[in-house]
Design a protein. Structure first.
Ligand code: NAP
Length: 299
């Protein structure tokens, strides 16, 4: 049931994700950071006054403060000790500097740290920040922006079921969330993290195909985007195998089987598999490149 926090006009749903008097900090208020803040605020999991955010430039800080109504600052050292949860949403190459600031700013041992950095393992995160700090690693994707994200989460050293439950609530505010074992993370980054880019490429190609057979481009794109959305919803809602759903569309001697055979001739299955395989290999390499503060980051 929603409750009003004393002195605040907003409501926070019970049970909250923050202990009394603690804050939620977002380090790196870019696309993903601000998306998460919006999701959390709209879901009523935190109030504006419980949230602070930081970015590299003052212009980003100003824009986030104006758009989201939360406290922002480039120098967040005084806020670190107030945090119950910190979402680390900067780029992987910035984690060395960020962890150095956390270390010197009185980060409490019970503060839950959540990283969305692509390819950076909990073992790597723990090594960058001495002490018994708790890290949850998350792999979200950009459809979080429209609340249709897919996020996988896993825990590092000392993470409890309660930590994971809180992280699940955070990412469920912007889509779906699953708890996974960490050894799957590179594959997940390559599949659902990079996945929107694959889908956009397929949509672009299909829209071109529509133009080829005489449709206006705007109409072709609308047809393709809604068809992709609806097909995804059919898979989710029916729980049926995609092959079985495909059979429903494929009438004997009809046009769909002709189109499907052309896709098979073009080796669509192995091309997609090889794409995900290559992305998995690359993300593993990127993860190895994250360096502690003071060491030069590989580009
Ligand atoms: N986008 C995706 O599809 C996706 C999916 C999964 C995971 N991720 C991960 O999400 C993270 C953020 O991605 P994004 O797309 O949101 O990037 P983004 O829009 O570029 O946001 C990064 C933010 O970090 C800020 N920043 C830079 N250096 C900083 C520092 N030293 N301390 C604090 N903040 C700093 C930047 O500030 P300024 O704005 O002032 O430069 C910017 O606001 C990345 O690690 C990425 O691997 C992204």
């Amino acid at each position: 049931m929603p409750v009003t926090i004393a002195g605040m006009s907003e409501t926070v749903n019970q049970p909250g994700i923050l202990a009394s008097g603690r804050t939620l900090g977002v380090i790196g208020a870019g696309v993903m950071g601000t998306t998460l803040i919006k999701g959390l605020l709209d879901a009523g999991l935190v109030s504006r006054r419980q949230v602070w955010a930081t970015a590299k430039t003052q212009s980003t800080c100003d824009a986030v403060a104006e758009n989201l109504g939360v406290q922002t600052t480039r120098d967040y050292r005084e806020l670190v000790a107030t945090a119950g949860i910190i979402l680390v949403c900067c780029k992987p190459g910035q984690i060395g500097g960020v962890s150095a600031i956390l270390q010197e700013s009185g980060l409490r041992p019970d503060t839950m740290l959540v990283s969305i950095l692509a390819g950076v393992s909990t073992e790597k995160l723990e090594s960058l920040l001495p002490g018994e700090h708790v890290w949850v690693r998350a792999i979200p994707n950009t459809p979080c922006v429209v609340r249709e994200g897919m996020t996988a989460i896993c825990g590092g050293r000392g993470v409890t079921a309660e930590h994971l439950a809180i992280a699940e609530r955070i990412f469920s505010s912007v889509g779906r969330c699953s708890v996974v074992e960490e050894h799957y993370c590179n594959a997940i980054t390559a599949l659902s993290g990079s996945g929107p880019a694959y889908m956009y490429l397929v949509m672009e190609a299909l829209a071109d195909a529509g133009v080829r057979v005489g449709l206006r481009r705007d109409l072709a794109l609308e047809l393709v985007a809604q068809t992709m959305l609806g097909s995804a919803r059919m898979v989710q809602d029916s729980g049926r195998h995609p092959a079985s759903l495909r059979d429903d569309v494929t009438t004997p001697a009809g046009c769909t089987i002709g189109g499907l055979l052309m896709l098979e001739d073009g080796k669509i299955r192995s091309v997609l598999a090889r794409a995900v395989e290559e992305a998995t290999r690359i993300v593993a390499e990127l993860g190895k490149a994250a360096k502690p503060a003071g060491q030069k980051q590989a580009q």
